[in-house]
Write a protein that binds this ligand. Structure first.
Ligand code: SF4
Length: 451
C-alpha cells in the first residue's frame, strides 16, 4: 500500500479553500425555485416511460431524540414517536403521487432510509412504512436496502425486524469514541454500545456495515484520534466513511455551540486524516473515493478496482440507479437530469402533500453540458480517472489548460484526453473536480473547506 503523500504547507494553504463535495453537479447553491413541482412532475412522467430501468428510492426520516452540536443535517428534535405517525402518512401519500406519475415503472434496485435517525421510529411504524413501499414498488431480489442507524437509540429487536423485512446494509454514526470529544459535540455514545450494534447486525446477516467517523471535531488530538481508530479497527466494520468536519455555522446555527478554539484546522486537521488513512490501509482496508475505506473483498473495493464505482446523494454504490426518487422533508430527487428538493419545513411539507401536491421547493434542470460535466466529475471523484474522449481539446481546452497548473503541483497526470488523479491529488480531488464546474462561483462561501 502506498504511503500517505506528503503535503507541504504552501500547497495546503493554496488548496484548502471552500469547495463543494460534489454529491450533485451542479451543486445545491445553484438550484432555484424556478424548477419546482411542475418540472419534477414532468420528469417523473417522462421517467415512467423507461419501464425497464430500476429506480433508487430515498426516504428521509428527520426525527432525532437530541441535537448533536456538530450535526449538518435537517432534523426535527422530538422525545415522542407519536408525532411521527402524521409524517409517515404524508410520506405514503407522497409515494402515491410519485408512483402514479411513474406509471408502470416500479422496480427498485436500491432503497435508502436516511435522516435524522430512521430508528427513532417504533417497530410498528417501521413495519407499516416498509409495507407501504412494497405495495407500491417492486424490490428486486438483489436490491441494496440500506438504513442509517444511531446506535444510541437503536435496539437489537429493531435490527431483527429490519433484517426480516429485507434490509441488508447498514451505516452507523460513530464519529469519535473519545469521551472528551463526545462531550464537546454533545453526543455520548460508548464503544460498548457501538460494538453491540455491530455484532448484532453481523449476526443477523447485514453486509457492507459502515461506520461514519469525522475528523476535525473539537478536542480531537492526534493521540486521542489514534486511540479511536485503533478501537474501530479492532471492531472491524466492513466499510468506513471518514469525513472532514464541515464547519458551516452560517447554514447550521447549532454548530455555534461548538468550542471554536478547540477545532483542529489546516495542517492539524489534515494530520488527523493522515493518521486514519495510514492506520486503516495498514490494517488491510482499501481507500475508496475521497474519504472512504473498505475491506478488499467488499463490493465497493472491487468496483473501484474495475473503475466501475459510482455515487449518488446516499454515497458510493455499485447499484445506484440512474433515477433517484426521494420522499420526505428536504429530500432530494434526481430524475432524468432534474434535481428536485422538497421543502425544509415539516409544516409546509405536510400541507403540500395534504393538498395532493408534490412538496418540491427548488431544483435544477441539467443541460446537456451539465450532464456531460457531471459524468466527468463523478468519474474523477469515484475512480480517480476520466477519459474526456476524442473532442477533449475542443470541448475542454480551458479546463485542460487549468489542469496544467494542478499537474505541475503533482495532483494529476494528463495524457492526451486521459486524466489520472495521483495519490496526492486524491486528497484534493474536490479541487481537481472543480476545474470542470462551470457554475462554481455561485454560493461558494457556503461550502466547507477542502480539508
Ligand atoms: S443523531 Fe445524527 S442526524 Fe441526529 S442530530 Fe445527531 S448527528 Fe444529527
Amino acid at each position: 500500500m502506498p504511503e500517505f503523500p506528503r503535503v507541504d504547507d504552501a500547497l495546503l494553504q493554496r488548496l484548502d479553500v471552500p469547495i463543494p463535495r460534489y454529491t450533485s453537479y451542479p451543486t445545491a447553491p445553484v438550484w432555484s425555485e424556478k424548477v419546482g413541482r411542475r418540472a419534477y412532475s414532468a420528469a417523473l412522467a417522462e421517467a415512467g416511460k423507461r419501464t425497464e430501468a430500476p429506480l433508487s428510492l430515498y426516504l428521509h426520516i428527520p426525527f432525532c431524540r437530541e441535537r448533536c452540536s456538530f450535526c449538518g443535517c435537517n432534523v426535527v428534535i422530538s422525545r415522542s414517536t407519536a408525532g411521527a405517525d402524521a409524517y409517515l402518512g404524508a410520506l405514503v401519500r407522497e409515494m402515491d403521487a410519485a408512483a402514479e406519475l411513474l406509471g408502470d415503472r416500479r422496480s427498485v434496485s436500491q432503497i435508502h432510509w436516511g435522516g435524522g435517525t430512521p430508528t427513532f421510529l417504533e417497530e410498528r411504524q417501521i413495519e407499516s412504512l416498509w409495507t407501504a413501499i412494497t405495495r407500491r414498488f417492486r424490490v428486486l431480489p438483489d436490491a441494496e436496502v440500506a438504513i442509517e442507524i444511531d446506535p444510541k437509540v437503536t435496539t437489537l429487536s429493531q435490527l431483527t425486524l429490519l433484517r426480516k423485512l429485507g434490509f441488508n446494509r447498514m451505516s452507523m454514526g460513530v464519529q469519535d469514541l473519545d469521551p472528551a470529544v463526545q462531550e464537546a459535540i454533545s453526543r455520548i455514545q460508548t464503544a460498548e454500545k457501538t460494538r453491540e450494534m455491530l455484532d448484532g447486525a453481523r449476526a443477523l446477516g447485514f453486509r457492507g456495515i459502515n461506520f461514519d467517523l469525522i475528523y476535525g471535531l473539537p478536542r480531537q488530538t492526534p493521540a486521542s484520534w489514534a486511540r479511536t481508530i485503533a478501537q474501530v479497527i479492532e471492531m472491524s466494520p466492513d466499510r468506513l466513511a471518514v469525513y472532514a468536519f464541515a464547519h458551516v455555522p452560517e447554514v447550521r446555527p447549532n454548530q455555534k455551540r461548538l468550542p471554536l478554539s478547540e477545532l483542529p484546522r489546516g495542517a492539524d486537521k489534515l494530520e488527523l486524516f493522515r493518521i486514519a488513512w495510514e492506520a486503516f490501509t495498514s490494517a488491510g482496508y482499501r481507500p475508496i473515493g475521497m474519504d472512504h475505506f473498505a475491506r478488499p473483498d467488499d463490493e465497493l473495493a472491487e468496483a473501484q478496482a474495475r473503475r466501475a464505482l459510482t455515487r449518488n446523494f446516499q454515497g458510493y454504490s455499485v447499484r445506484a440507479a440512474s433515477d433517484v426518487v426521494a420522499f420526505g422533508v428536504s429530500a432530494i430527487s434526481d430524475v432524468g437530469g432534474v434535481y428536485a428538493q422538497n421543502t425544509h419545513s415539516i409544516a409546509r411539507y405536510k400541507d403540500a402533500i395534504a393538498d395532493g401536491e408534490l412538496a418540491t421547493e427548488r431544483g435544477f434542470a441539467c443541460t446537456a453540458d451539465d450532464v456531460r460535466r457531471r459524468g466527468i466529475i463523478t468519474q474523477l471523484m469515484c475512480n480517480f480517472h476520466v477519459d474526456l474522449g476524442a473532442s477533449a481539446a475542443q470541448e475542454f481546452g480551458g479546463e485542460l489548460a487549468r489542469l496544467g497548473a494542478l499537474e505541475a503541483e503533482g495532483l494529476v497526470s494528463v495524457k492526451g484526453a486521459e486524466i489520472e488523479v495521483t495519490p496526492l491529488g486524491r486528497i484534493f480531488v474536490r479541487n481537481v473536480a472543480s476545474i470542470f464546474d462551470a457554475h462554481l462561483c455561485v454560493g461558494q462561501r457556503l461550502f466547507s473547506r477542502a480539508v
